[in-house]
Design a binder for this molecule. Structure first.
Ligand code: ADP
Length: 588
């Protein structure tokens, strides 16, 4: 069931309500002490006016009482701030946690269709907006309500007409704050979206900085950024204009109200209908409550920002996470049987079209075909990165959709086309698939992936940092490190998705030799463009436009006139040398 932002926020406050209550109680005690001040002043002034005041009898005790009241108010203000901050931090920590957890569990299909920059914005600045609101404004709403609830009865108890004069502008101030709140909400929503787009442009440009430079696209990208930046500036400026108008208008109303209390009070004092002390009491109370009431504008502005922010966060939380099926009793293994499978990415042409093929347990197969033929898509479906609806895939006797995603992924060792390395040490990057791996296992898999020699040449060997905080690896080194990572896992199914494209032919031959030595121990799926890799395969599947157009062993396919033989003829001459090298490996 989809939740509203308010429901989520309320749920998140569950463990923090006692803290909020304590903060509100501290605020209430502080407020009572503050409102005690004008009352003491009234007593002292009236005593002075009637000539009954003495220094020790009333003036010094009154002065001391005012100092103590302020000190106590200060102390409780501190407690209020501390407890409100603790409560809001607790809530926001949980909110961040939920958001991050959901992002980790959302299907790839979702991530394909959202801007990363916008998601970063939701996780950072939107969460911060909610935090600011929860830290300061929740208790502030209670404070304003309490001020008004205590001050107005005190005023009424003193003098009805003077209460009217002292509070007649307050409703106008509140109404203008509400109107302002509505305007801010729309303006803030637009500004947030624009900021999300701006963050996306920055994030994309930083990630693709090499492409931008290599293609001399700096000016184009700067112009694109300038346009987004301009849009954002205009929207932010509009928001500040609304703020400026409100602050100006509300300042005017505040001074109008205090002026009225001052002049109205003087009038009633001159007519003998109000004592000097009462006049000061009214003036003080008006000044004490008018600023918090004016502050309602800020509270409402922040609450409208927080409503927008939590709404944007809620949008992510409301998206369905990947389904979680119960883990199978036995490990995921066996023959892979794809039957009448069709699949399209959202709003796209079919990437897999009525495909049927069988990959037997322990077999090494090659998937061949032009770019866009659907090879990676098939692998994505095998590891349940996407869900298919038409056709079936069985692993062993189980239909893939009934298997637990984590169990399926655990059975696969994937080396992707463009492997991602974390900004961690070489070792940490390799042991991702098997954190308990012993030293010699890490080294063995690095040797098999032909990267060990490179690693020991780095200054800190396996402890060398990779990426932003350390060495920059070449494309080929990255691929080999990713292969070592997959081999270390000793998966039931090893998938190499065009993973040898950035290594030279000699290295390729060496890795293929290592793979050949493992033949039969695991099912291996090779996606490759160089036919040298496919020679290692027991069987070859030729795909085009998501369909299977040929299948068989190398010998079978080469014997008939078809696409495979044509491909082989073109590439064959170039591959001869490697073939010779390989036949040595496979014979061994
Ligand atoms: P191959 O691995 O054979 O090069 P792919 O499986 O990557 O081919 O792509 C098959 C088709 O699916 C192509 O037309 C490609 O544009 C499309 N495609 C691949 N990934 C996505 C995606 N995430 N969203 C939409 N379309 C995609």
């Amino acid at each position: 069931m989809q939740k509203s932002a308010r429901q989520t926020l309320w749920e998140l406050t569950a463990g923090q309500r006692a803290r909020y209550a304590a903060a509100i109680a501290a605020m209430a005690i502080g407020t009572v002490f503050l409102l005690f001040v004008p009352y003491v002043m009234q007593l002292a002034l009236d005593a002075l006016a009637t000539g009954e005041a003495s220094l020790t009898g009333i003036l010094i005790p009154a002065g001391l009482a005012i100092v103590v009241a302020h000190a106590v108010h200060g102390f409780f203000t501190y407690l209020r701030g501390r407890w409100a901050a603790a409560a809001s931090e607790g809530i926001v920590r949980q909110l961040r946690h939920r958001l991050y957890e959901r992002l980790e569990r959302l299907p790839c299909d979702y991530h394909d269709h959202v801007d990363t920059g916008d998601l970063v914005q939701r996780c950072s600045s939107d969460v911060e907006t909610v935090r600011v609101f929860l830290a300061s404004q929740v208790v502030e709403i209670a404070r304003v309500s309490l001020f008004v609830a205590v001050a107005i009865p005190i005023m009424l108890w003193q003098d009805f007409r003077m209460t009217f004069v002292s509070a007649c502008i307050l409703p106008v101030l509140v109404v203008s704050a509400v109107v302002f709140f509505r305007k801010v909400r729309t303006a803030f929503q637009e500004m947030e979206e624009s900021e999300g787009q701006l963050t996306t442009v920055i994030q994309e440009n930083l990630t693709g900085i090499r492409v931008v430079r290599a293609f001399g696209r700096q000016d184009f990208e700067i112009a694109k950024f300038l346009a987004r930046n301009g849009e954002f500036r205009d929207l932010e400026f509009r928001l500040f204009q609304i703020f400026a108008k409100f602050w100006a208008l509300s300042d005017f109303l505040v001074f109008l109200q205090t002026g009225l209390a001052l002049i109205g009070g003087a009038y009633f004092v001159l007519r003998g209908e109000l004592t000097l002390g009462q006049w000061v009491l009214f003036f003080w109370l008006v000044r004490t409550i008018i600023w918090p009431v004016r502050h309602i504008g800020r509270v409402l502005a922040d609450s409208s920002k927080a409503t927008v922010a939590i709404g944007r966060i809620q949008e992510v939380l409301n998206k369905d996470a990947e389904s979680e099926e119960a883990s199978p009793d036995s490990p995921v293994r066996g023959t892979i049987e794809v039957k009448d499978l069709s699949f399209s990415y959202r709003d796209c042409q079919p990437a897999i079209n009525n495909l049927s093929l069988t990959i037997r347990e322990g077999e090494t197969v090659a998937l061949l075909g032009p770019p866009g033929a659907g090879k990676s898509t098939l692998v994505n479906l095998l590891v349940r990165l996407y869900d298919y609806e038409d056709g079936s895939i069985h692993i062993g006797k189980d239909e893939l959709r009934t298997l637990n995603r984590d169990a399926v992924r655990d059975a696969f060792g994937m080396v992707l086309q463009d492997p991602f390395l974390f900004s961690r040490s070489v070792r940490e990057n390799v042991v991702i698939g098997k954190s308990s791996a012993a030293e010699h296992e890490v080294e063995e898999s690095a040797r098999a992936a032909d990267i060990h020699e490179n690693i020991i040449e780095f200054e800190d060997g396996y402890e060398t940092m990779v990426g932003e905080r350390g060495v920059t690896l070449s494309g080929g080194q990255r691929q080999r490190l990713a292969i070592a990572r997959a081999l270390l896992k000793q998966p039931t199914f090893l998938v190499l998705d065009d993973s040898l494209s950035a290594v030279d032919t000699k290295t390729e031959a060496q890795i293929l030799r290592a793979l050949a030595a493992r033949r039969g121990k695991q099912t291996t799926i090779l996606i490759a463009h160089r036919l040298s890799s496919t020679r290692l395969a027991d069987r070859i599947f030729l795909l085009d436009h998501g369909r299977l157009i040929q299948q068989g062993t190398h010998e079978e396919l080469i014997a008939i006139d078809g696409p495979y033989r044509r491909l082989w003829r073109i590439q064959g001459t170039l591959e001869e040398e490697i073939e010779r090298d390989l036949s040595g490996a496979t014979d061994r």
